[in-house]
Design a protein around this ligand. Structure first.
Ligand code: KIV
Length: 303
């Protein structure tokens, strides 16, 4: 096994960025935490998952376009629309009060600078997000520049960018050669230069993640990039065991809510069928003073 690369000392700090300052997390506070405490990021897609992620102490809550797969049941992330994203970002924003709320820009919604500004603006003003995320490196520099200049903080995303699944030929790890690592580094440096406040590194070798993390001054948020990045992000449904179509190697599942949910709903069916539910405490009774009148109601028999 390869020697473990750069492993920052394990920290005992479990406090989020905002708990330290007492203020909501902002894009500048995330950016400023480079080389500080690890940044905790989780996806969420609606009011209740946003509420749970926020209450758990996430620094960043991302309404990812993984929504397409884990919530809407699509095969990949390509078919989710800006309107669908806005609908879910708005719901999530009602649950997230402290963490930084970031909205993913869906496939083809930022393919020109004009589209990026139009759709990025909608995710902020209609959805209530405080930043957007978009996939790509060198190729999306003009979009990142335009968005940041318009006042929209941008989280970049390089490595395995799921919107390029057709070009990659599947959800495959990236950067697995020196040449590919060099290209990834160029992408990361380009998005930093363009004004991104942080960058997601997805499914790349830990050695490439280390090289990039040390080479740039904005935080790296890893998903399948080892323990060397400035923060981590995972998909809510993967962490809680709510999505079982496949589980990438880099996921750690912390609960089995899918299985728990099935068991609970099976019990509900049994209780309904046996008459055990609803019980007396779940039942609404007529006030005593109305009972006499109720008994007098004539029920017409059907012919
Ligand atoms: O869409 C998503 O959930 C993402 C994260 C996994 C980074 O892009």
């Amino acid at each position: 096994m390869a020697e473990q690369p750069y492993c920052p000392a394990m920290s005992t700090n479990t406090i989020s960025l905002s708990q330290e300052t007492g203020k909501p997390v902002t894009a500048p506070s995330v950016q400023a935490s480079k080389n500080g405490d690890k940044i905790c990021c989780m996806t969420a897609y609606d009011y209740s998952s946003g509420l749970i992620a926020d209450a758990a102490g996430m620094d960043v809550v991302l309404v990812g376009d993984s929504l397409a797969m884990v919530v809407l049941g699509h095969e990949d992330t390509l078919s989710v629309t800006v309107d669908e994203m806005i609908h879910h970002v708005r719901a999530t924003s009602r649950g997230v009060k402290r963490a930084l709320l970031v909205a993913d820009m869906p496939f083809m919604s930022f393919c020109t600078v004009d589209k990026a500004l139009h759709n990025g603006g909608r995710l902020i003003s209609e959805g209530g997000a405080r930043a957007v995320k978009l996939e790509g490196g060198v190729a999306v520099v003009p979009q990142i520049e335009a968005l940041t200049q318009a006042g929209i903080p941008v989280m970049a995303h390089v490595g395995l960018t799921p919107q390029h699944v057709a070009r990659f030929g599947g959800f495959k790890a990236q950067g697995k050669s020196a040449e590919a690592t060099k290209a990834l580094l160029e992408d990361a440096q380009a998005v930093e230069e363009a004004g991104a406040f942080c960058v997601v590194l997805e499914a790349i070798p830990v050695e490439a993640a280390q090289l990039i993390t040390e080479a740039i001054d904005i935080p790296t948020i890893g998903i399948g990039a080892g323990n060397v990045t400035d923060g981590q992000v995972l998909v809510y449904h993967d962490v809680l065991g709510l999505f079982d179509r496949f589980t990438p190697k880099f996921v750690r599942q912390y609960a089995s809510q899918g299985e728990e949910g099935i068991k609970a709903l099976e019990q509900y069916c049994k209780d309904v069928r046996s008459g055990w539910f609803p019980a007396e405490k779940n039942t609404i009774y007529m006030p005593d003073d109305q009972m006499e009148q109720v008994r007098k109601i004539k029920v017409k028999k059907k012919k």
